[in-house]
Design a binder for this molecule. Sequence first.
Ligand code: NAP
Length: 322
Amino acid sequence: MPDNLGAQPGSTPGAPAFERLCLIGIGLIGSSIAHIARQKALARTIVAMDVSADVRRRVAELGLADKVAETAEVAVHDADLVILCVPVGAIGEVARAIAPHLRDGAILSDVGSVKSAVIADVAPCLPKNVHFIPAHPVAGTEQSGPDAGFAALFRNRWCILTPPLEADPKAVARLAAFWTAAGANVEIMNPAHHDLVLAITSHVPHLIAYNIVGTAADLEEVTQSEVIKFSAGGFRDFTRIAASDPTMWRDVFLNNKEAVLEMLGRFNEDLTALQRMIRRGDGQGLFDLFTRTRAIRRGIIEQGQETAAPDFGRRKGEPNGD
Ligand code: NAP
């Protein structure tokens, strides 16, 4: 794939798609974008900014960016692509701070796991000459911080763009090309639909994992050491998900309330039906459901979003679809 995919018409062949990429928030996602942007020469210059001085120091040590700025206002100076990689609850505040400093015609994007709330927070504060194109790379691990990132994180994962109806198609195409060059498959979606889909595929599963691990930790009859010792029987995979970043996931639930509560309602109804099947000894009902769910797992593997390995194909540092 050519590195200049998405380059502006009339730009030099072979030139990077963007002159100056600014990443704000250099954790797992921000550092992974920095790695792949560097590897594929997607931008001539990469500028990074993080609120934490320790992270900024580490970013410099790791050579993740050409420049490390101390404030977001300075970091965005002259950038033609700015990607906000901070927790969902901080995206609005960063957008308000940088809005007056964004370059004319710049593309402003984000990677937040929730879209409607982010758009409601960010869109009103932006000047007209900035293209706001929200995005969500559906790829992650349970690790955080600048050391956690790696270039292959987005490979063969979906990146969902939720551009407003009035968005400039050329700007959308440029951002889509950036993510395609980073290895992702791009899909365009309406933000409310994104939030509903992700509520069931990512947010509720995380809540279930947090809940089951919390329940196990609070049990009186089963000791913590027994829980850890016998965790291979299904519990271990939940603990991996429940080890995900507390700030990120707190913000996801606070900002995707409606869709999560809607999906939880359905989940509770189905759980009650399962309880009834167990109580009534409805073996056929249980068998039929488990057969249907097995087919869904096979479908995911067939679409290349997982492997058939017994550990679900996940070794440390490998991506999953968060
Ligand atoms: P992360 O590893 O915790 O990194 C976030 C970084 O942003 C931290 O270094 C944090 O610093 C910094 N930060 C917080 N507030 C800031 C501010 N106001 N200005 C500048 N920097 C700030 O998180 P992540 O996993 O990369 O997630 C980042 C975003 O990606 C979130 O919106 C999340 O919803 C989305 N996302 C995550 C995943 C995933 O699986 N992890 C997948 C897809 C999308 P401090 O730690 O000092 O606060």
